[in-house]
Write a new protein. Structure first.
Lengths: 82, 324
């Protein structure tokens, strides 16, 4: 089976998009889970500060999310731009 | 090298069977080891209750074992099933079935071991609630098994799919992708569900009067932990049942394979993350029951954020299947 160069490049880009988003989703998923687990612990210990703790959790998770968004951007670039 | 269809199909079935059982043995064995370790520790603390602890250990291990029994069944079917319609598509679906069941059994096996171990420790600590602990463990481990059951369903669908007159390319890639999607996504959900169940067994033993709230929080947390494997199942069904137009281009095939890999890998992290959140929330509901409402709310918010990357992965998978 002869594979044309253009076809091979497109195949690599699609595989890359899938791997980028798939692997890139693992870290944020686990990291954000750790943050929220600790937030539950903190609220359990000090329920009066629930508002502050929830806010802190969300800010921390937003930062952890960033690499997931980078992966999404790279996946979309591979799918539609390059 | 040209293989005749029968040889190719048999080779794929045997490789798939070996993968199903080889990978499928990892989770259950680790989970059961964890349980046995905790049971030993529990007996050292309270050797007069060794009988109850061993009984609980064996029940827990039996459930943990079920994930690898699913793998065994699929592996045996792959080895001995007759293949009336051999060909590239049959080979791909048998290989995909093996991948799906092998990966899919890992999380549920490990996950089911966690509540079993924690409930053994719990019986040593609070023998009076032994029955409640065993019930709680059974509910928790049963939910842990759902991702492995999803994997078995997809594996069976793949094995008994009739290729008919469908062209080999690009459907072969869709079939392997379907196996990878559910199989890999099940790892995270199975393990995550186990973390929540483990914390609830610990919590019931620590504060028996909070058992109702602890079990409710566990079930909600586990349900959310299962969603990545439901996404995986959804992508598998689309890949299995959508008709793909014939195309000799490599990129069309690779795109479908990538869709399965993307959803499978992408479901892994959020499944574990959601389980961690549920573990934290369940543990603290037991210790601080007055704030159960706040804890449940924070758990759900935290899980929703942790879930987001699984949703990105699903979007990219759907784009790979339907758009490009």
């Amino acid at each position: 089976m002869a594979i044309e160069g253009v076809d091979l490049v497109k195949a690599a880009a699609l595989l890359g998009a899938g791997l980028s988003m798939g692997l890139g989703a693992i870290g944020p998923g686990i990291g954000e889970g750790m943050a929220a687990a600790k937030a539950c612990e903190a609220i359990g210990r000090n329920p009066k500060e629930a508002g502050l703790l929830t806010r802190t959790m969300l800010v921390g998770q937003a930062v952890a999310e960033s690499t997931g968004i980078y992966s999404l951007v790279i996946a979309l670039l591979l799918l539609f731009v390059v | 090298m040209d293989l005749d269809p029968q040889t190719l199909t048999k080779a794929a079935a045997f490789t798939g069977g070996a993968i199903a059982m080889g990978l499928g043995a990892i989770g259950a064995a680790s989970g059961e080891g964890y349980t046995a370790g905790h049971a030993t520790e529990a007996i050292a603390r309270a050797n007069d209750r060794a009988g109850d602890i061993i009984k609980n250990m064996l029940v827990g291990q039996a459930i943990s074992e079920s994930a690898s029994i699913f793998s065994l069944v699929i592996a045996i079917l792959l080895l001995f099933l007759s293949t009336p319609e051999p060909g590239v598509l049959k080979a791909a679906s048998l290989f995909g079935a093996g991948l799906c069941m092998g990966f899919g059994a890992i999380g549920s096996g490990v996950g089911a071991g966690l509540p079993a171990g924690k409930s053994c420790i719990g019986i040593a600590r609070q023998p009076a609630v032994g029955g409640r602990l065993t019930t709680n463990m059974l509910i928790g481990t049963a939910v842990c098994q759902t991702p492995a059951i999803f994997a078995m369903v997809v594996a069976l669908l793949l094995m008994f799919k009739e290729p008919g007159t469908t062209a080999a390319s690009p459907t072969w890639a869709a079939l392997i992708g379907a196996g990878l999607s559910t199989g890999l996504a099940a790892i995270g959900s199975g393990y995550g569900g186990g973390m929540a169940a483990g914390a609830s067994c610990e919590g019931v033993a620590r504060q028996p009067d909070t058992a109702a709230s602890v079990t409710t929080t566990m079930l909600v947390g586990q349900a959310v932990s299962q969603t990545p494997s439901v996404f995986g199942l959804l992508i598998s069904f689309i890949l299995l049942f959508k008709a793909f137009p014939e195309s000799a281009a490599l990129s069309d095939s690779v795109g479908l394979l990538a869709a399965g890999l993307c959803m499978g890998l992408g479901g892994l992290g959020p499944g574990i993350g959601n389980g961690m959140v549920a573990e934290g929330a369940v543990r603290w509901v037991a210790r601080n029951i007055e704030n159960a409402g706040d804890l449940m709310r924070v758990m759900l918010v935290g899980q929703a954020v942790s879930q987001s990357t699984a949703i990105y992965a699903m979007v990219v998978s759907l784009v790979l299947i339907f758009v490009v």
